[in-house]
Ligand binder design. Structure first.
Ligand SMILES: Nc1ncnc2c1ncn2[C@@H]1O[C@H](COP(=O)(O)OP(=O)(O)OP(=O)(O)O)[C@@H](O)[C@H]1O
Ligand SMILES: [Mg+2]
Ligand SMILES: [Zn+2]
Length: 255
């Protein structure tokens, strides 16, 4: 649209190859001047419609991107590694009976969630314990507060609160871990557990036990090794009320 002082005396034709020529429309303004169209109305309408579609496409793409970021952040906060992001039970291939049983046990565990039953997953390196645990978190994370974390990370986090400029406290961290709907502690016993570390883990496992919240423990050690690493009182609480154990006793899938 353009503003002009008056309507020209000779016929004003707007040419359009697509829609044909047509006479320009003059619309009087309140100040006595005129608005006149400069381009074919149909072309303008078409280009506006095209722009609207493009805007909508961008809006949908933005929404998808925002949703993807939110989903990934949720999973990263739940401790799922980049390697295991969006891994599901379908990614766990079974070539022996043990794997089939392990997978079924884990699937049944999440089907029955929420539960107060804990679980111990023990076995050799590369047998897919972390993969199955990640698949369990994946199937629960949108509805429940859950987290998979290596024991050493919990210990590191708790020890960091001893520093003078720490913004958090041991109590706050312990309270966080005791309140999660599901806590999976990975790599239990992969380093020498000091008395302090045993105390930390006892506080968390016992706190969760008191709160009727389940804990899953993953380790390369056998059950006796786990007892040595975290203490018998922890294992006792994990096994109470039918907390079961899955043994991953086959060869590594790592090439
Ligand atoms: N049954 C399986 N199907 C498909 N991939 C598997 C399977 N088992 C293991 N993997 C793959 O093998 C690698 C090792 O698995 P994962 O890290 O889960 O083992 P792990 O038991 O946690 O080992 P570690 O005790 O050393 O931590 C990963 O890349 C994982 O995706
Ligand atoms: Mg692992
Ligand atoms: Zn046109």
């Amino acid at each position: 649209m353009k503003r002009v002082d008056s309507i020209p005396t000779q016929l004003h034709i707007i040419k359009c190859e697509k829609h044909g020529d047509h006479e320009a429309k003059y619309t009087k303004c309140h100040d006595g001047k005129y608005f006149v169209q400069q381009y074919c109305f149909d072309c303008v309408k078409e280009s506006e419609a095209k722009q609207k579609l493009e805007d909508e496409r961008i809006r949908v793409a933005d929404d998808i991107e925002r949703d993807k970021t939110r989903k990934e952040r949720l999973r990263a906060n739940a401790g799922i590694s980049k390697r295991n992001l969006y891994k599901t039970f379908d990614d766990y291939i079974c070539t022996n009976e043990g794997q089939t049983k392990a997978k079924n046990d884990c699937m049944r565990y999440v089907e029955n969630f929420p539960t107060d039953k804990s679980l111990i997953m023990v076995g050799g390196v590369g047998t897919g314990k972390t993969l199955l645990a990640s698949a369990m978190i994946e199937s629960l994370v949108d509805k429940h507060k859950c987290e998979i974390v290596k024991l050493i990370e919990i210990v590191r986090e708790l020890k960091a609160t001893w520093s003078r400029d720490s913004e958090t406290s041991e109590e706050k961290i312990i309270s966080w871990y005791t309140k999660l709907d599901l806590l999976i502690i990975d790599e239990v016993g992969s380093q020498f557990g000091s008395d302090t570390e045993k105390l930390f883990i006892f506080e968390i496992i016992d706190g969760r036990y008191q709160n009727m919240k389940p804990t899953i423990i993953i380790s390369n050690l056998d059950i006796n090794g786990v007892k040595d690493a975290i203490g018998e009182r922890c294992v006792d609480r994990l096994r109470e009320g039918g907390g079961s154990m899955i043994a991953f006793n086959w060869n590594s899938s790592r090439a």
